[in-house]
Design a protein around this ligand. Structure first.
Ligand SMILES: Cc1cc2nc3c(=O)[nH]c(=O)nc-3n(C[C@H](O)[C@H](O)[C@H](O)COP(=O)(O)OP(=O)(O)OC[C@H]3O[C@@H](n4cnc5c(N)ncnc54)[C@H](O)[C@@H]3O)c2cc1C
Length: 500
């Protein structure tokens, strides 16, 4: 079945010393580049490593991705066990000019990843260790860690970190299965950004395998130029094998997850509600609006949504079967009694046809969102292998007229859609930028601290056809390109939204 997903963000991310690139390879050593003859022995990988070829039983599982749309293809997948294995693989691939990708959660949807054709996958799934030092307030993770790997451990230590978000799609979400490093390296949009900044703002240091197979530590005090680039454009600079993050005492052990489903007649009131926060979404509040097909969408008789100044689209049906459902997810880093005054302005205007408001442990956040669409980490990871084509956009403020037009068009699209097209969705993420803006722009490569609601553009939410300026900003590109010449002169890391 073909699933066509539209993510619209309307507002506003050793052994073979072949150092020096393919040109340095002698004719004699060229035979070492045969990708189809690779073995742990030929690469001198550690005994715990594995080499998997397309004919092997587990090749499909090892190379499975969240989306098949414009996906990378591989002639071989290698599962390294040690950092030294990753070094050998990077050296080998760079020297032989073999397209390669290190993978963690395999949720990257950037279409430029599809330029890896018959390449080498470096599967980091054996780099998923997690350790916490509650006294030092640090979390150390392996480069292949997924969000679900560390959430419980962080919570058990009485700590928190900004987690990513999840979306329900075909009624099951996949967020917990997303790798932790890739979002971090792109900047990292998360619900706790109002409290702790971007996910990358919590990164303290990273061990990075560079294109020539060296390993360096990047932090504020070591290779600080690389550390700057890692926090916003990091997918283009190396393979992180281990990362240290700052964690924080829990703002509240118990938080609120509130989910509401509205008919499209509520759309004007919802967008007024989002817009009412202006640039000042409270730090503890995270709002997501998610639009999807729902055969059971229905009007609720007592709702009164049409504001005199901003009429909602007139031709939308209020009857059962309208089919576009607007889900509002609200996460609040505190108790319901504190959140209630922030909910009242919305609920005074519109009545959901379905709701679930729960006080939950912080660690359960990703599993409660959107009416519990993601029951568990294994369920999240089981939702891979579909065709998903994602587009993004970013805005700093809401244009009500555009919004109304969009809702009318999307609604009518869903009404006429076949079953596969009905799986199209859109969503808007509006998180507080209080802490994000406290960190000076020049401190990291991440360029879009002033976006009000993360309706992309931001590197990891990009489609793949955007200009580099749109993703990285004209202001950051000169320094990024200069650093690229130092750290990756062969441009081996050129498949995730490349900028050279
Ligand atoms: C359901 C879903 C929810 C999402 N939610 C958020 C969100 O809340 N906030 C947000 O900011 N983004 C979010 N994203 C976007 C996400 O940041 C990107 O899709 C990201 O690239 C996925 O990382 P991955 O490790 O799962 O993917 P992969 O496909 O494994 O990797 C993607 C890219 O990152 C590189 N990479 C992976 N691991 C490493 C590493 N250890 N060192 C160096 N490079 C590495 C890969 O080489 C590749 O270029 C979401 C995506 C999905 C599909």
């Amino acid at each position: 079945m073909y699933h066509h997903h539209v993510k619209l963000i309307l507002l506003a991310l050793g052994g073979l010393l072949l150092i020096g690139g393919a040109s340095c390879l002698s004719q004699q050593s060229r035979h070492l580049c045969g990708i189809n003859e690779l073995s742990t022995a030929s690469l001198r990988l550690s005994p715990g490593s594995e080499v998997v070829f397309p004919g092997d039983d587990d090749f499909g599982a090892v190379t499975l991705r969240w989306t098949n749309f414009s996906r990378p293809t591989y002639s071989v997948a290698v599962i390294p066990a040690l950092e030294s294995d990753v070094q050998k693989l990077a050296r080998f691939a760079t020297a032989c000019d073999i397209p390669f990708l290190a993978t963690s959660g395999a949720h990257g949807f950037d279409t430029t990843l599809g330029r890896v054709k018959q390449g080498l996958e470096i599967d980091l799934s054996r780099f998923r260790a997690v350790s916490i030092d509650a006294t030092a307030n640090t979390l150390i993770v392996g480069g292949g860690v997924r969000f679900s790997d560390m959430i419980d451990a962080v919570y058990a230590a009485g700590k928190e970190i900004s987690p990513l978000t999840t979306s329900p799609e075909q009624d099951h979400g996949t967020g917990p299965c997303v790798g932790m490093l890739s979002p971090t390296l792109a900047g990292g949009v998360g619900r706790y950004s109002g409290l702790h900044g971007m996910i990358s703002d919590q990164l303290l240091s990273a061990r990075v395998v560079t294109a020539n197979g060296s390993v360096v530590t990047a932090s504020a005090t070591e290779h600080s130029d690389l550390f700057w680039a890692l926090r916003g454009a990091g997918n283009n600079f190396g393979i992180v094998t281990e990362a240290t993050y700052r964690v924080f005492n829990l703002t509240s052990r118990i938080i609120v997850n509130a989910d509401y489903a509205f008919s499209p007649n509520a759309s004007a009131a919802i967008i007024d509600y989002f817009a009412s926060f202006g640039d000042n979404t409270p730090p503890k509040l995270a709002l997501i609006l998610f639009g999807k097909y729902d055969a059971n969408t229905k009007d609720v008789s007592n709702m009164h949504t049409i504001s005199a100044t901003h009429p909602s689209p007139t031709h939308l049906s209020c009857k059962r079967g309208t089919q576009l459902s607007l889900w509002v997810n609200i996460v609040y880093a505190g108790r319901l009694v504190e959140l209630q005054p922030l909910l009242d302005p919305l609920l005074a205007k519109v009545t959901p046809y379905r709701q679930n408001v729960s006080e939950i442990p912080w660690s359960q956040m990703l599993y409660y969102n959107f009416f519990g669409a993601t029951p568990s980490a294994p369920a999240a990871c089981a939702a891979k292998g579909l065709d998903r084509d994602i587009y993004g956009g970013a805005i700093k403020s809401y244009d009500k007229r555009e919004w109304n037009r969009f809702i009318a068009n999307f609604s009518s699209f869903l009404r006429g859609a076949d079953e596969a097209s009905r799986s199209s969705i859109f969503f808007i993420e509006q998180f507080s930028k209080v802490k994000v803006l406290q960190i000076p722009d020049e401190e990291t490569a991440y360029p879009w601290r002033d976006i009000t609601a993360h309706l992309y553009i931001y590197v990891n939410y990009g489609h793949g056809d955007e200009k580099s300026e749109v993703l990285y900003s004209a202001r950051k590109l000169p320094r990024l390109r200069a650093l690229k010449k130092i750290w990756d002169p062969e441009n081996a890391f050129r498949f995730a939204h490349p900028f050279v």
